[in-house]
Design a binder for this molecule. Structure first.
Ligand code: AKB
Length: 332
């Protein structure tokens, strides 16, 4: 389909001001600080919803504003006031919690995305809205999952993620909105807890190890999924938004990968460093069914070729860093 509005590609040089929607969430809390470090605090607005106000460094290092995706005018106001040209739209429910609130998952994920894209179309903003390994389903090839393949997810989370990809591509093709995205694996961080995802066990297991507790895995041994350490995930989002658009053959959304493991492998990586650590199993049927429908490991060669994606962390280096940082955090 031809581009109807003339698309003027932004380069990083042109980008001045960024809005992060969902700035107090799992990704947003760290992405906002990373963007402020790179571009200057005054250039990155932390968008939040009432009840999830920024605190500490997030509150003190730059501007703040209420940015509720279900109320498009709150987004438009910040975009106008701060002359925002790039929006990171991180508002979403994670996979497990979305299953208990499907209508809300759609309202935030898709009605909200529509509002963000309309603001972006009106004010000429670039938009990053993450997709996920959850955008795939049981019929997808599970090993070396290709960039372009079957996407028939069985969860509402997956349905919203596929729709996110399609709607974002549609706004690019029809209106020339500079939409770009990645399919995030399970994200692991010692900072903000995820809350409500299928891959959360890979964060919880580190907390148990550092607290000296036995960990009970909600997923069976042999359940492989792509995972990623947060510093790599932040780099991916920023690097893609800064990438030369003439090199992008894909947009929404790129497979990105750095490590794939099952509960046994992460347990062994931790036990090497915490010898007394123990793990048992109590399988959660919903989480297991979701995990079984997701890829074991994705092929991320398009991201590597089109914008130079290259992760820094594997399971061993992430485990080393997580344990070190969590020991400090939990002793305070
Ligand atoms: C979840 O488990 O829901 C998320 C994801 C992989 O998108 N972490």
């Amino acid at each position: 389909m031809p581009v109807l509005n003339k698309y003027v590609a932004l380069t990083r040089k042109d980008m001045q001001n960024v809005l992060v929607i969902g700035a107090t969430g799992q990704i947003g809390s760290e992405l906002t600080l990373e963007l402020r470090k790179r571009y200057g605090g005054g250039h990155v607005v932390a968008g939040y919803i009432p009840g999830a106000e920024p605190k500490g460094a997030l509150k003190d290092s730059g501007p703040l504003g209420i940015a509720d995706v279900t109320e498009g005018d709150t987004i438009a106001r910040i975009v106008k006031d701060y002359k925002v040209d790039t929006i990171y739209n991180l508002a979403a429910l994670l996979s497990v919690v979305a299953e208990s609130k499907p209508a809300l998952a759609w309202k935030i994920g898709i009605d909200g995305l529509w509002n963000v894209l309309e603001v972006a179309r009106t004010y000429g903003c670039a938009v990053f809205t993450p997709s996920s390994i959850g955008s795939f389903g049981a019929g997808t090839p599970h090993v070396h999952t290709p960039q372009d393949t079957i996407q028939r997810p069985c969860t509402i989370y997956g349905v919203t993620k596929v729709t996110t990809e399609l709607l974002s591509d549609y706004y690019h093709a029809k209106y020339g909105v500079d939409t770009r995205s990645v399919r995030f694996p399970g994200l692991i961080s010692y900072q903000t807890l995820p809350g409500g995802g299928t891959t959360d066990y890979a964060v919880d297991i580190y907390y148990a190890a550092v607290r000296g507790e036995k960990f009970v895995s909600p997923l069976r041994a042999g359940t492989y999924m792509d995972m990623m350490y947060m510093p790599d995930a932040l780099n991916a989002a920023i690097q893609l938004m800064e990438a030369d658009p003439s090199r992008l053959k894909h947009r929404n959304a790129f497979n990105i990968a750095s490590m794939s493991f099952d509960p046994e492998e992460i347990y062994r990586a931790i036990k090497k460093r915490v010898p007394g650590f123990e793990m048992g199993y109590e399988v959660d049927p919903l989480k297991q069914a979701i995990a079984d429908s997701w890829p074991d490991c994705m092929d991320d060669s398009c991201a590597r070729e089109e914008w130079g994606w290259k992760p820094q962390y594997d399971l061993e280096s992430m485990t080393e860093d997580m344990l070190e940082k969590l020991r400090v955090k939990l002793s305070q």
